[in-house]
Ligand binder design. Structure first.
Ligand SMILES: NC(=O)c1ccc[n+]([C@@H]2O[C@H](COP(=O)([O-])OP(=O)(O)OC[C@H]3O[C@@H](n4cnc5c(N)ncnc54)[C@H](OP(=O)(O)O)[C@@H]3O)[C@@H](O)[C@H]2O)c1
Length: 195
C-alpha cells in the first residue's frame, strides 16, 4: 500500500487524482492544503488532512514523515515552493516526487516561442532536476474539463505534441506514477491528448 502526500490538494488536477486514487487503489492519502474547508465531502475515513502552507518547511517535513510519494500540484511562487519541497524531502529522507509543471518550459512546443509567464514553471523544474530526487515532472497541455482519459506523453528533448489534455487524464498519469515504483524516474513528460 503506497502512502501518498498530496501538496495543494484542492487544485483541479489533485481533486481528480484523489477521486481516482480512492476509486482504483488502496493508497493511503494525506492531503496537504491551506484551507481544508474547501475540500467538501471527501470521505474522512480514507484520507488524512493537514492544514499547511507549502512554504512552511517544518509543517511540510512533519507531513512527509512515513510517506512513499510526494505529489506537488501547486501554482504561484513555484521556484520557492520547489526549493522548500526539495529541502524538506532531503530532511525527511524521501525520494519520490511527482511535480506538475506546464508545457512550454523548454521551448518545446512547435510554433510557439517561450514566454516569461512560464518562468516560475521553468525555474521550479530546474530546481527539481538539479536535486538528487527520483522525480517525474509533468508538463501538461492546456486543460479541458472533459470526462475522459485519453493521453500520450513525450520526453524532454522531443517536440511537444497536441495542445490540450483533460484534467482527468493528467490525474490518471499521476496515479499510475505514484502506484508504479521506478516508472519514468528522473524524467520530464509532456502530456497531451492524441490528435
Ligand atoms: N490551466 C491549464 O490549462 C494548465 C496547463 C498546464 C499546466 N497548468 C499548471 O498546472 C498546475 C496544476 O494545475 P491545477 O489547475 O490543478 O492547479 P490549481 O487548481 O490552480 O491549484 C493550485 C493549488 O496550489 C495551492 N497553493 C498555492 N500556493 C500554495 C502554498 N503556498 N501552500 C499550499 N498550497 C498552495 C492552491 O491552494 P489554495 O486553494 O489554498 O489557493 C491551489 O489549490 C498549475 O501550476 C497550473 O498553472 C495549467
Amino acid at each position: 500500500m503506497r502512502k501518498v502526500l498530496i501538496l495543494g490538494a484542492n487544485g483541479q488536477i489533485a481533486r481528480h487524482a484523489i477521486e481516482l486514487f480512492l476509486q482504483n487503489t488502496d493508497a493511503e492519502l494525506t492531503l496537504y492544503l491551506r484551507n481544508p474547508r474547501r475540500l467538501g465531502n471527501i470521505d474522512p475515513n480514507r484520507v488524512r488532512i493537514i492544514e499547511g502552507d507549502v512554504l512552511n518547511i517544518e509543517t511540510l517535513i512533519d507531513a512527509m514523515t512515513g510517506q512513499d510519494v510526494v505529489y506537488a500540484n501547486l501554482a504561484g511562487d513555484l521556484e520557492r515552493m520547489a526549493k522548500t519541497i526539495v529541502e524538506a524531502m532531503g530532511r525527511a529522507e524521501l525520494k519520490r516526487l511527482l511535480f506538475i509543471s506546464s508545457m512550454g518550459i523548454y521551448d518545446e512546443v512547435p510554433g510557439q516561442t517561450y514566454r516569461s509567464i512560464l518562468d516560475p514553471y521553468r525555474n521550479s523544474a530546474g530546481v527539481v532536476e538539479a536535486s538528487d530526487l527520483d522525480y517525474t515532472i509533468l508538463r501538461p497541455a492546456w486543460f479541458t474539463h472533459k470526462d475522459e482519459i485519453d493521453y500520450e506523453t513525450t520526453q524532454k528533448g522531443e517536440p511537444f505534441k497536441g495542445g490540450i489534455v483533460s484534467c482527468k487524464s493528467v490525474a490518471d498519469l499521476v496515479v499510475k506514477l505514484a502506484e508504479t515504483p521506478g516508472m519514468e524516474v528522473r524524467r520530464s513528460l509532456g502530456v497531451n491528448k492524441p490528435e
